[in-house]
Design a protein around this ligand. Structure first.
Ligand code: FEO
Ligand code: CA
Ligand code: CA
Ligand code: CA
Length: 672
């Protein structure tokens, strides 16, 4: 990291201690402000949030479970895009999911779900665009009357780009031609395109749909294979039971059991599920734009979308993860080559179609010697064309069932790929692998994988002390790769494991391989984002293993590059695994910067272009309540941010997901 020419080349702030407080803790000399919480009004005529379960109109308020987030600068007069403005901007963010109990007065009513509750829950999902301004006091505020403010929900009309558009698999009662769809669900990570638009990843969309226990008999064998592979076996219940609220289309669409007689599904809802699972592009500067789902980038549980450094005359590359146990790492390479004139387009979504509508989807295979291969997922790849597990018929079929195509080519099954991020100087791609309870030295079922070089840890076999009883890779790791000859469209790369999550006291031979100390130990990395202003990599956690000791957290990191470490051998007894490991981060290179509130996840990060304000999302505080009845406020684990004086509620307030702004009291660069 010493060679990285950034304003911040050595971390100097006082590390934040692990803690279980119900507040956001940051280093001495820094301040935290709550900016935008669940239910905050987005229009002048929307009443303040009552936060007692009576609020409605979530399509005109902040949604729940704030997640990935990007900053889009506005000109000082607010009329147009200005990437360099640090005082006036749009924040675009995902609202991944809901803590549904707190949205209702007395908790959640079981199936059949009341319409009123289902309507509210649907609209609390999706995406927000909200204008923010920095006041003379230095504090930020949302602009409630801004004409840019917008919510995109599971009901918002959307469209497709790429080979899946108009294909057999997306013909629905809503759009018999398969050209239109409705809404977006479970939006998790984000990306910012080189032309100034938002990409939003649809992650755990499959769980919102139900399929009857007798539906297998009504479908083709091939359709059953595909649905099972994406987690919708016959009889799977839906997460929220919205389909039980009525026969109206907006409820009924969440039951994908076959009821029609057509060959292509255009007379029922069986294909509704195929309209989700994409990266969705939104132009935040155009509140009327129709979101575009880019099908050439594949359909899976999308997290973030990280662009490689654009090079004039070369294709663009986007790195992506599929977050489920033993799923894969992907990249998309555009067919069009980058033209820098497209950075400030008149019609951004047509530029989006140009670069993201056509290209090649690759999946990663990691070899034990530190090399790797990108394998193209195309219908003319013989391993795909001749796959015994599923008969692919065309490229739309390959893309919509990318997981099956990746199975066919023997890609490496990973420990739950969450976010990807690209280092702004080295161009190396980083991937968080959050954890994997289905990783075993000797797999006990077909849903488990053995340890390998890229996923070398499993605690159940030989771990002494720590997470006893928690099988698999409990703490996760961060992997990075460098494309061969640094070409976006390379089919080979070199890789190593940048850092292993671990408790500081854990065994250094098998678990704490990066020698983490108490000022930087962490578990379950998830969000990952590099600051353009400082070069700092921000690592965010979504942890269940170390939460007995600390709430989820965010660390600052100044990584070196692939190959700066050594090869380690992990002796699992019956099996030993060699893996390339980066140099252990030093005190100057990694420290804990922030600890969140109780039972939250830290996710989503962006900054003002001057690097002097950092925006961070605090997701689902207090979500530990396990029953549909919310009980008494005294039983809730969090009352943030109400207890800190934000909004209605006070010390016994219902917890709310929220965006916070971190600033340095002397106005300096964040992390310096
Ligand atoms: Fe929504 Fe995989 O995090
Ligand atoms: Ca995540
Ligand atoms: Ca996670
Ligand atoms: Ca979460």
């Amino acid at each position: 990291a010493g060679s990285v020419p950034y304003p911040v080349s050595t971390l100097k702030f006082t590390p934040v201690a692990k803690n279980l407080l119900d507040r956001v803790t940051v280093p001495e000399g820094y301040s935290v402000q709550v900016l935008y919480a669940l239910g905050d009004p987005l229009h002048a005529d929307v009443p303040a949030y009552a936060n007692d379960g009576t609020d409605i109109d979530f399509h005109r308020r902040a949604g729940d479970h704030h997640d990935g987030m990007e900053y889009f600068g506005l000109s000082s007069d607010g009329r147009s895009r200005d990437d360099s403005n640090s005082t006036r901007a749009l924040l675009a963010m995902n609202h991944e999911a809901i803590t549904d109990q707190f949205l209702h007065v007395n908790g959640t009513t079981p199936n059949p779900r009341p319409k009123r509750q289902s309507d509210k829950e649907m609209l609390a999902h999706g995406i927000s665009i909200v204008e923010i301004q920095r006041k003379a006091s230095g504090r930020f505020a949302t602009v409630q009357s801004s004409t840019y403010n917008r919510r995109i929900t599971p009901l918002t009309p959307a469209t497709f780009s790429g080979p899946v558009a108009g294909s057999f698999w997306v013909r629905t009662l809503h759009s018999p031609t398969g050209t239109a769809c409705r809404g977006t669900i479970n939006n998790c990570g984000t990306g910012k395109t080189p032309w100034g638009t938002l990409l939003s990843g649809e992650e755990n969309w499959a769980g919102y749909f139900t399929r009857s226990s007798t539906d297998d008999a009504a479908r083709t064998a091939k359709s059953v294979v595909a649905l099972n592979r994406y987690g919708r076996s016959a009889g799977s219940p839906s997460r929220h039971g919205w389909e039980t609220s009525g026969t109206e289309d907006k409820y009924r669409r969440f039951d994908i059991s076959r009821t029609g007689t057509s060959n292509d599904g255009s007379d029922d809802y069986r294909n509704e599920i195929n309209t989700f699972g994409y990266l969705v592009e939104v132009d935040p500067y155009d509140p009327k734009c129709v979101p575009v789902k880019h099908t050439a980038m594949g359909r899976f549980a999308h997290e973030s979308a990280a662009f490689g450094l654009p090079v004039s005359g070369q294709p663009l590359v986007v790195y992506m993860g599929d977050d489920a146990r033993n799923e894969y790492i992907y990249k998309f390479v555009s067919q069009a080559v980058w033209n820098p004139a497209d950075a400030t387009p008149a019609d951004p979504l047509s530029v989006g179609r140009k670069y993201l509508g056509r290209g090649t989807l690759y999946v990663a295979r990691f070899n034990a010697d530190g090399s790797g291969d990108w394998i193209a997922l195309t219908i003319d790849n013989s391993a795909i064309a001749n796959y015994s597990g599923y008969k692919f018929v065309n490229q739309a079929d390959v893309l919509i069932h990318a997981r099956l195509a990746a199975d066919a080519v023997g890609a490496t099954k990973m420990d739950r790929p969450e976010w990807s991020a690209v280092h702004p100087i080295t161009g190396e791609a980083y991937f968080t692998l959050t954890n994997n309870s289905n990783r075993q030295v000797t797999p006990s079922s077909s849903s488990h994988s053995t340890v390998d070089a890229a996923n070398p840890r499993s605690y159940s076999d030989s771990y002494a002390g720590g997470e006893a009883g928690s099988p698999g890779n409990v703490n996760g790791h961060i992997l990075r790769l460098r494309e061969r000859n640094q070409r976006a469209n390379a089919t080979q790369f070199e890789w190593d494991i940048y850092v292993f999550g671990a408790e500081a006291g854990a065994n250094k031979q098998l678990i704490n391989l990066s020698s983490l100390t108490a000022e930087r130990d962490f578990s379950s990395p998830d969000g990952l984002w590099f600051s353009q202003a400082t070069g700092i990599g921000w690592i965010q956690t979504d942890d269940g293993a170390y939460t007995d000791v600390s709430n989820c957290m965010m660390l600052a990191a100044l990584p070196g590059q692939v190959g700066d470490g050594d090869t380690r051998t992990l002796d699992h007894g019956s099996l030993s695994v060699q893996t390339p490991v980066g140099a252990p981060p030093t005190r100057a290179q990694m420290r804990r910067f922030l600890v969140g509130v109780r039972d939250c996840e830290i996710t989503g990060c962006c900054e003002t272009p001057d690097g002097r304000a950092l925006f961070v999302n605090i997701q689902h505080p207090g979500e530990s309540i396990s029953s549909d009845t919310i009980g008494t406020p005294q039983a809730w684990s969090s009352h943030w941010p109400g207890r800190m004086g934000y909004g209605n509620g006070g010390s016994m307030a219902r917890p709310r997901s929220a965006t916070v702004v971190v600033t340095k009291d002397n106005g300096g660069l964040i992390g310096s």
